[in-house]
Design a protein around this ligand. Structure first.
Ligand code: PLP
Length: 402
């Protein structure tokens, strides 16, 4: 009898974490590798947030916190949701988790019964399907190709809903595409959810990249666009990306009291709570100075424009300009079927990323991991000179194909 639980056979390790680990191992072994796999800003956590954590430690804020999160942080989250999204949540509608990922984990753990369906527009963030499957839910994928800027259409949503649908997961701006839903896009999806036949469907909106939007794109979240969905929406967010706090592990959810209570109960039986002094840093992050975000975004936009233009110079690669986040998701349709100098045919996007890693030391993530091929994902949250060099190497690798 295996020591491992049967349910583990439903899931696999996170492919984005795996690529980053592999790139780091190759680097440690002396290979010249440029890692474009990691979804984390290369900027340090702003110093006022670091200082708040230090102060909390000095003040002895080192004991257990309530599973829901410290009241000061839940208040700060409510104030943020009002300020930025015009949403009226109270602290008993807030759950604080150890990162956005654990918050989503708790939400799905609290709501999945065997066979419950979760509509996941593809390409998707890699963890939605696996966490759903771990709790015996059924991911229902809807292919959302580049032609519609990787977005789910109202007709696709209507067609995907069944009596077993429990959740629709939305993520805007998206990981892996950077594509953002406009207010009108969200209203059109909300209208489908408001049809009487669809009253049983809830929405999980993952707003992790809310502040990382460029040009004049206006971020909106679905409960703000359609207040009639407020009671059916779980609004998820976190501090990892915009606040450059990936390693601090702080995320949150806002939603109906009964669901939040259940998530808090789960937290009380697992992590107990997010780390106490990290939560105090979170209070400062949410209530304090936000000017660094605009400064960081200026850099992200320059990098985005650089990467999009360099990739589009490559024959066989097509790259849309995203509205937000720090990823591009180019198509490699024009490369599929070509042969490497070693005589290997590039049949899949996984073959392609393996080839560019082996031939040129560029680590990126294959589109299949995100459910839409043939594409690959580049994170441009890294130094501009690395991005330039990486695009040069990808170009050389593609030009070497026949
Ligand atoms: N949601 C999306 C869309 C993400 O891209 C990520 C991280 O990559 C997360 C959630 C998880 O964030 P955290 O690092 O806070 O767990």
């Amino acid at each position: 009898m295996s020591i491992l639980a049967n349910r583990l056979s439903r899931i696999k390790p996170s492919p984005t974490v795996a690529v980053t680990t592999k790139a780091n191992e190759l680097k440690a072994a002396g290979r010249d590798v440029i890692g474009l796999g990691a979804g984390e800003p290369d900027f340090d956590t702003p110093s006022h947030i670091v200082e708040a954590a230090k102060k909390a430690l000095d003040e002895g804020k080192t004991r257990y916190a309530p599973p829901a999160g410290i009241p000061q942080l839940r208040e700060a989250i409510c104030a943020k949701l009002k300020r930025d999204n015009n949403l009226d949540y109270t602290p008993d509608m807030i759950h604080v988790g150890c990162g956005g990922k654990q918050t989503i984990f708790n939400a799905l753990a609290a709501t999945m019964n065997p066979g419950d369906e979760v509509i996941i527009p593809a390409p998707y963030w890699v963890s939605y399907p696996d966490i759903t499957a771990l709790f015996e839910g059924e991911p229902v994928f809807v292919q959302c190709p580049a032609e519609n800027n990787f977005k789910l259409t109202p007709d696709q949503l209507r067609a995907a809903i069944t009596p077993k649908t429990k959740w629709l997961i939305l993520n805007s701006p998206s990981n892996p595409t950077g594509s953002g839903y406009t207010r009108d896009d969200l209203q059109a999806l909300a209208d489908v959810l408001l049809e009487p036949a669809n009253a049983h469907v809830n929405v999980m909106t993952d707003d992790m990249y809310e502040f990382l939007v460029y040009d004049d794109f206006e971020f909106c979240t679905i409960a703000q666009v359609e207040p009639k969905l407020f009671e059916r929406t779980l609004t998820l967010n976190g501090l990892s990306k915009a606040y450059c706090m990936t390693g601090w592990r702080l995320g949150y959810a806002a939603g109906p009291k009964a669901l939040i209570k259940a998530m808090n109960m789960l937290q009380s039986q697992s992590a107990t709570s997010a780390t106490t002094f990290v939560q105090w840093a979170g209070v400062e992050a949410l209530n304090g100075d936000h000017s660094f975000i605009a400064a960081n975004n200026k850099v992200f936009v320059e990098r985005r424009d650089l990467v999009v233009s360099l990739l589009n110079e490559i024959d066989g690669i097509d790259c849309l300009t995203p509205q937000g986040a720090f990823y591009v998701y180019p198509s490699i349709k024009g490369v599929i079927g070509k042969k490497t100098p070693d005589g290997k045919v590039i049949e899949t996007d996984e073959d392609f990323v393996t080839y560019i890693l082996e031939a040129e030391g560029v680590a990126a993530v294959h589109g299949e991991a995100f459910g839409l091929s043939p594409h690959f994902r580049i994170s441009y949250a890294t130094k501009t000179e690395f991005l330039e060099e990486a695009c040069k190497r990808i170009k050389r690798a593609v030009e070497a194909l026949s």
